[in-house]
Design a protein around this ligand. Structure first.
Ligand code: PNS
Length: 163
């Protein structure tokens, strides 16, 4: 079986992420979306909430699995018996960080974890999770950036925070 993992924070899931997941699901028998539980960042959505959002958004794609992970990508990949990580590239500005991460992961895994980059579709190349949060915080329209149910959840989070 040819499987790949797609690690990320997904805080929140955007159409850019969904585009990468959809295209990866056509390329591999199985894609494991790894949702990072990052002790260094306080996310808008808890890791459980992000996993549930991803499960809901990918429920019609039968070869997508969504799981939380903490720690290193290489350890998660080893646990899952997976030797390909997928990452999206939106612009040249993403490249430096992504290259460094891909090379670090290859080194840490002693050559067993390679990274495949998919270029984000042009219509989503301007979208970032942090941009979405900023727009939503000020009640701006994020309907072009995230699925409707995700937009509702983000607005609700900020309504609760502002109370
Ligand atoms: O969606 P993001 O925030 O761009 O994803 C970043 C992510 C989760 C892929 C990255 O922070 C990560 O892999 N963290 C896990 C720790 C790790 O393995 N670091 C070594 C690679 S430099």
């Amino acid at each position: 079986m040819h499987s790949a993992m797609y690690p990320g924070s997904f805080d929140p899931l955007t159409f850019g992420h969904l585009d990468i997941i959809t295209r990866a699901s056509d390329m591999f028998d199985e894609v494991i979306v790894g949702v990072l539980d990052n002790y260094r960042k306080i996310p808008l959505f808890s890791v459980e909430e992000r996993v549930n959002i991803l499960k809901e958004a990918t429920k019609d794609m039968k070869n997508i699995k969504v799981e939380a992970f903490s720690g290193l990508i290489v350890d998660f990949a080893r646990q899952k018996n997976c030797n390909i990580a997928i990452r999206g590239l939106r612009a040249i500005s993403d490249y430096e960080y992504e290259l460094q991460m891909a090379q670090t992961n290859r080194l840490l895994s002693k050559g067993s974890l390679d990274t495949i980059f998919l270029t984000t579709s042009l219509e989503y190349s301007y979208i970032s999770s942090s941009g979405v949060k900023e727009i939503a915080y000020f009640n701006g329209d994020v309907s072009k950036c995230v699925p409707e149910f995700v937009a509702e959840l983000i607005y609700e989070k900020y309504r609760q925070q502002k109370r």
